[in-house]
Ligand binder design. Structure first.
Ligand code: AMP
Length: 547
C-alpha cells in the first residue's frame, strides 16, 4: 500500500536534487511501485491537486483553516505560527517545524495511506454550504494528528496548492514516459486531450494512446489560435480558401449534452454550469460536445464585463438573468454520438455541427469563405461593425488539437487600446527605408522617469517618415551611428493588440503588434500615458484570460 510517508519522502528527495534527470528518475521509480488505483491519486497529489480540474468537489481548505488545524494539533500560539511561517514563507515548511514539537500524539503513526488521505479529503470536499468549514477543520485535524512532521509538511503543501519542490506537470509527464517506456510526445499529446494528470498516468501505464477518446462531461483542453498582425499576412501565409469566423468577445466554453443532462466547462476546465442556466436544456438526442463562446448579447453584443456578474456567483437570480442576457455561438463539435471528432477536418466537423439544428440561445458562429487579403479585410470590417473583436480564421482541413496554439487557426484582432508614448530613440530602417529614421523606440512615464515599452516600425507614410528623420536628427542627444538617442519630445499615439510582461524593456512590459496611429503634435511629453495605465490594461487582459 502506498503510504503518505513514502510520498513525502519522494517529494523531499525531488526537492533536494537540482538535477532534472535525477528528479525524473526518482519519480519514475516511485511511480512503478504504485498500484493502478494509487497511480492517479499520487500523480494529482504530486502536482498539488486532489481532483480533476472540472470536478465540482473542491477541497477548498483555506489558509486560515489549515493554520487553525496546525495550531490546535501542535498547541502553538498564533504568534508562534506566524513567526514560523514568516521564517519559511511556506505553510508546509512551517507545519513540519511545528509538528516536531507536537504535543498531541496518537498511538498509531505513519500508517496513513494515499487512499486514506484521498478519502478524507473527498469527505471534506463533498460537504457544501453550512458547516462545511467545521467539517474541513475536523478532517484536517484528524489527518494531521496521524502525521509525522514530514508527512504534515507535504499534506499542507498539497492543500495550499503549491509544492515548491521543482516539479511541474511537464516533469511528471517525463517520469511517466520513462517509467513505462513510452514516448514523451505521446504522453504529452494524450495529456492535452484528457486534461487531467491522473488520467494521463493511466493512459501512459496502458500505453493505449490510439484509444484515447473524449467522453461527455469530461472536458478537454481548448484549441487556441495564433495571432497575426494583418489581413495581408494571413492571406500570404495560407494562400488558399479559408473560413473566417467572427471573433466573439465573451468566454470560451464547452457545452456537453447527453440524455437529460447538460454541463458547461470554462477555458480552465471548471464546471460553470450553474452560472448559465439558459443553456441547461439538452439540444440533441445524441451525446454531444460543442466548442464555442458565451457572449453577453441582446440584439447586439453587450459589454464583456457583464459576464463577470454571472461567474462565481452562488445564486443566479431571475433579475440577474434578465440584466445579463447571454447567448452561445457554437463553432465546433468535438464529439457526437459516441465518436470523437477531433482528428477529422474542420469542414467535416462544421457539417455535423450544422446538422444539429441548434435553437436560440444557441447559435452557429458566422462563417465567411475568404482567400484574398481584400476578402479578409471585408470580413474584418463587417465583424467590427457588428461589435465583435475581429476574426478567427481557420484552415478548412484543420484537425482539432486540444491545448495547442497552432497556425491552423489564426486571429486578427482590433486594437486593444491606444497609448500616448514618447520617442526616446530612433533607428534607420531597411530596404527602401535604409536612409531614413523609421524605427522608433518609445516610452511611457513613471515616478522615476521614462520607461521603454516598445518599438514601432509601421503606421507612418513615407512623407511623414522623411519629416520625422529631419526632426529626430535635430533633437539627437547621442549619435551611436545606426541608433540615435533623442530628446523625449515627439509624442506618438500607438495602437496594439495586447500587453505582455517582458524583461526586454525597462518598463517590464512589451506591446504586441504596436503600430503608430498618428503623431500627436498637439501633445507634449508631460501628457503621455503612465506605467500605471499600462498595468491597468495588462490586468484587465490577464483577468479575461483567467475566466
Ligand atoms: P484571445 O483570448 O484574444 O487569445 O483569443 C482567442 C479566444 O477568442 C478564444 O479562446 C475564444 O474564446 C475566442 N473566440 C471568439 N470567437 C471565436 C471563434 N470564432 N473561434 C475561436 N475562438 C473564438
Amino acid at each position: 500500500m502506498a503510504t503518505l510517508l513514502e510520498f513525502a519522502e519522494v517529494c523531499e528527495k525531488i526537492k533536494l536534487t537540482t538535477s532534472k534527470n535525477q528528479k525524473v528518475s526518482i519519480l519514475a521509480n516511485y511511480l512503478l511501485k504504485l498500484s493502478r488505483n494509487e497511480l492517479p491519486i499520487a500523480c494529482r497529489l504530486l502536482t498539488s491537486k486532489v481532483f480533476p480540474p472540472w470536478d465540482t468537489r473542491a477541497v477548498n481548505i483555506s489558509y486560515s483553516t489549515i493554520s487553525d488545524a496546525i495550531k490546535e494539533i501542535t498547541e502553538v500560539s498564533e504568534d508562534k505560527l506566524k513567526a514560523t511561517y514568516i521564517k519559511y514563507g511556506d505553510l508546509g515548511e512551517a507545519a513540519e517545524e511545528l509538528m516536531k514539537g507536537k504535543k498531541i500524539t496518537t498511538l498509531i503513526q505513519n500508517t496513513l495511506t494515499l487512499q486514506d488521505v484521498y478519502s478524507a479529503l473527498d469527505t471534506a470536499a463533498s460537504k457544501k454550504g453550512e458547516g462545511a468549514t467545521e467539517v474541513r477543520l475536523r478532517v484536517l485535524k484528524g489527518l494531521l494528528a496521524l502525521c509525522s512532521p514530514i508527512e504534515a509538511k507535504y499534506l499542507v503543501k498539497v492543500l495550499c496548492g503549491e509544492m515548491r519542490i521543482g516539479l511541474d506537470e511537464g516533469l511528471l509527464e517525463e517520469a511517466l514516459a520513462a517509467a513505462y517506456g513510452r514516448s514523451l510526445k505521446q504522453v504529452r499529446e494524450a495529456g492535452l486531450i484528457v486534461a487531467d494528470i491522473g488520467e494521463s498516468a493511466l493512459v501512459a501505464l496502458d500505453g493505449n494512446f490510439d484509444a484515447v477518446k473524449l467522453s461527455v462531461f469530461h472536458p478537454t483542453n481548448f484549441m487556441l489560435a495564433e495571432e497575426m498582425p494583418s489581413p495581408q499576412e494571413v492571406a500570404d501565409y495560407f494562400r488558399c480558401d479559408l473560413y473566417a469566423e467572427y471573433k466573439y468577445d465573451g468566454v470560451r466554453a464547452q457545452i456537453h449534452s447527453s440524455g437529460k443532462e447538460v454541463r458547461i466547462f470554462s477555458r480552465r476546465l471548471e464546471d460553470v454550469t450553474n452560472s448559465f442556466p439558459e443553456f441547461s436544456k439538452p439540444f440533441s438526442d445524441k451525446a454531444v460536445i460543442l466548442d464555442g463562446e458565451i457572449v453577453p448579447y441582446k440584439d447586439a453584443p453587450l459589454p464583456f464585463q457583464m459576464l463577470q456578474r454571472r461567474l462565481h456567483r452562488k445564486e443566479i437570480t431571475k433579475e440577474l438573468l434578465e440584466e445579463t442576457p447571454v447567448v452561445y455561438f457554437a463553432f465546433d463539435i468535438l464529439y457526437y454520438n459516441g465518436e470523437t471528432y477531433i482528428s477529422r477536418p474542420l469542414r467535416e466537423r462544421r457539417m455535423i455541427l450544422e446538422g444539429l439544428n441548434l435553437q436560440p440561445p444557441l447559435y452557429y458562429a458566422n462563417q465567411i469563405k475568404v482567400k484574398l487579403k481584400e476578402d479578409i479585410e471585408e470580413a474584418f470590417e463587417a465583424s467590427l461593425k457588428l461589435g465583435y473583436e475581429g476574426l478567427v480564421i481557420k484552415h478548412p482541413d484543420s484537425v482539432y488539437t486540444p491545448g495547442k496554439r497552432g497556425k491552423k487557426w489564426v486571429k486578427l484582432k482590433k486594437e486593444l487600446a491606444t497609448l500616448d508614448v514618447v520617442i526616446v530613440a530612433a533607428e534607420y530602417g531597411h530596404g527602401k527605408r535604409a536612409g531614413v529614421l523609421s524605427d522608433y523606440t518609445f516610452a511611457v512615464k513613471s515616478e522615476d522617469g521614462l520607461k521603454v515599452i516598445g518599438k514601432a516600425y509601421s503606421g507612418l507614410t513615407d512623407k511623414e517618415i522623411d519629416e520625422m528623420t529631419k526632426i529626430l536628427s535635430a533633437i539627437t542627444v547621442k549619435d551611436l551611428g545606426h541608433l540615435k538617442i533623442v530628446e523625449p519630445k515627439i509624442v506618438l499615439e500607438v495602437a496594439f493588440n495586447n500587453i505582455q510582461k517582458s524583461s526586454r524593456h525597462s518598463s517590464g512590459y512589451a506591446l504586441r503588434f504596436p503600430r503608430i496611429k498618428r503623431v500627436r503634435w498637439d501633445k507634449n511629453v508631460d501628457e503621455i500615458d503612465t506605467i500605471d495605465r499600462v498595468k491597468e490594461i495588462y490586468e484587465i487582459q490577464a483577468y479575461k484570460k483567467m475566466l
